[in-house]
Design a protein around this ligand. Structure first.
Ligand code: NAP
Length: 295
């Protein structure tokens, strides 16, 4: 069997089209323009490229879009004051602080300073809690993107054995949480593996849906995958440069061998990656609607 590709590029494009229509409707009918501010501290090249992409997409969708770049040397107190200003700015519905932050700044303190209503990344403990009890306003972007990939590819999660490799707060734990909810597009039986898992292959080989977010190139090989499984590769590993000077990327799954066993598989790049920014835009539109009290 050779797997069919789940194209994150294509599904992200569809969702962005829907969001552009919704943004235009909000403007026309309610005079509401979704507003997003991105706050970037320092000049980490990967962070700069993520922020540029977020800005570009939000402008394309017709948002009110602010880019606030701050020097590496900004103090925690000044950053917190800046967030407080955006918390109170009615033009801004979503505040995105690009992570990681420099070591002298307490990341948790910064994320907790964002008004949960404007926390379009879904990292504030209030939003993590709401997600956990199945009453989320905003799902964290990468896990929400994975769920959309499954739903829009017609993958049945109800009753499926899902195995997640990785337990980070931004991918592993939230995707496990989302898929175990007694809700549409979820209701799966979920297992989480990590470096303390005794026999990972025992678990991964049982998976109808295998979601890998380990940050380790080719951590998953064909012998670890069940025939016909759906494989979602979240990993983004830089493994050199292309002749054009771009970063050469690979996932956490040994794509060439695993695609011969899986029924559906995401590529890297072009799988989960494009979904993350798209879901940030979806959360910002939702934040604008919640703030304006419109549906
Ligand atoms: P992370 O914080 O480093 O967490 C990695 C997790 O994987 C940890 O829980 C770790 O276990 C587990 N792990 C690592 N090696 C393992 C192994 N050999 N066997 C079993 N478990 C293993 O990473 P993350 O932030 O979740 O990101 C994971 C990957 O996804 C990275 O490549 C990242 O770049 C990518 N990513 C992509 C997107 C996107 O939009 N496409 C977004 C976010 C992240 P322990 O807890 O035991 O250490």
């Amino acid at each position: 069997m050779t797997a069919k590709l789940i194209s994150g590029n294509e599904i992200a494009r569809q969702i962005r089209e829907e969001l552009a229509v919704e943004t235009a409707r909000l403007k026309e009918k309610f005079d509401v323009v979704p507003g997003l501010v991105t706050i970037l501290v320092g000049q980490n090249p990967a962070s700069m490229s993520y922020v540029t992409a977020k800005q570009k997409t939000s402008k394309e969708l017709g948002f009110y879009s602010l880019q606030d770049d701050q020097p590496e040397t900004i103090t925690e107190a000044v950053l917190l004051a800046l967030i407080d200003r955006y918390d109170r700015d009615p033009r801004i519905h979503g505040i995105l602080v690009q992570l990681p932050l420099p070591k002298h700044i307490n990341e948790t303190k910064v994320l907790c300073a964002i008004d949960p209503k404007k926390d379009v990344d879904g990292f504030h403990p209030v939003n993590v809690g709401k997600m956990t009890i199945g009453e989320a306003d905003y799902l964290p972007c990468t896990p929400a993107g994975i769920q959309q990939l499954l739903i829009r590819s017609g993958v049945k999660t109800d009753g499926a054995e899902v195995v997640v490799v990785g337990r980070s707060n931004i991918v592993g734990k939230p995707i496990a949480n989302i898929l175990l909810q007694k809700q549409k597009g979820a209701n799966a039986t979920v297992t989480i593996c990590h470096t303390g898992t005794r026999d990972m292959t025992f678990h991964t080989r049982r998976a109808d849906i295998l979601i890998v977010a380990a940050g380790k190139p080719k951590a998953i090989t064909a012998d670890m995958v069940k025939e016909g499984a759906v494989v979602i590769d979240v990993g983004v590993n830089r493994i050199g440069m292309t002749p054009e000077g771009k970063a050469k990327l690979c996932g956490d799954v040994d794509f060439e061998t695993v695609k011969e066993k899986a029924s559906l598989i995401t590529p890297v790049p072009g799988g989960v990656g494009p979904m993350t920014i798209t879901m940030l835009m979806m959360n910002t539109v939702k934040a604008a609607k919640l703030a304006a009290g419109v549906v």
